[in-house]
Design a protein around this ligand. Structure first.
Ligand code: DC
Length: 221
């Protein structure tokens, strides 16, 4: 029987990780886990509380909440304690605070424990910032996906326009660069390319080209 791998896909915001990881997982018959959605869920829960930010508070919320995924053809539905948050975790309010929430050690501990449980049996494509470095340092295949900040902002801009959301392209690029800086410079589990990851700059590649490349790497394994 074919061995079911753990495939770790890391990289900065807007590199196309979630679209590509989802497509690759579907093609392989693997489970897709969007760990960014998990940190966004903690940020969403914190905003619901309407309290002053503190590491203790977000740490406690992260430890107590249950995050589940329901994969569907076009999207990966996300639930927090049974409430659907698929759309709610993509709002600008959540995006603005998520880097701060995800920098808290207790939050990361709680999420990493859940992620390890979800992936321990293999047959999983997991995307995030620290999958190949912290969550699954022994992953069978590690990919670091990136693209220029300009290209990533332009992709996000198109995505948002398609959803009918009006946003300034330059502002998007500034926000992406600020988030990159926060994610790369945080003390715990900063965004970085694992030594044994395959580095893919997707600036001039299409989604299908990148997905095909990853499928090839998995099958070659
Ligand atoms: O991939 P995304 O933009 O949905 O991720 C949201 C935030 O969560 C991002 O700013 C960094 C953080 N994150 C993280 O710290 N570790 C992960 N494994 C995934 C996301």
């Amino acid at each position: 029987m074919e061995k079911k791998l753990v495939v770790a896909i890391d990289g900065p915001a807007g590199a196309g990780k979630s679209t590509i990881a989802k497509l690759a997982a579907e093609e392989l018959g693997y489970i897709y886990i969007d760990t960014g959605a998990m940190y966004r869920s903690v940020a969403w829960k914190f905003l619901q509380e309407k309290q002053v930010f503190s590491p203790e508070l977000v740490g406690r919320l992260a430890a107590e909440m249950e995050i589940t995924f329901k994969p569907e053809a076009k999207l990966n539905r996300v639930f927090v304690d049974g409430t659907e948050v698929t759309e709610a975790i993509r709002t600008p309010e959540v995006t603005e605070i998520v880097s701060k929430v995800s920098a808290v050690g207790e939050v990361r501990e709680a999420m990493v424990a859940q992620q390890r449980r979800m992936g321990e049996a293999g047959g999983v494509v997991m995307d995030g910032r620290d999958i190949g470095t912290v969550v699954f340092p022994q992953a069978d295949l590690k990919i670091f996906l990136t693209a220029s900040a300009e290209e990533r902002a332009s992709r996000r801009h198109k995505e948002m326009l398609a959803k009918g959301m009006q946003v300034d392209l330059q502002q998007l690029q500034t926000d992406i660069e600020a988030r990159d800086k926060q994610d790369c410079e945080r003390e715990i589990a900063p965004l970085c390319c694992a030594e044994d990851a395959i580095y893919l700059d997707t600036s001039s590649m299409s989604i299908l080209e990148v997905t095909a490349k990853i499928l090839h790497l998995v099958r070659e394994h």
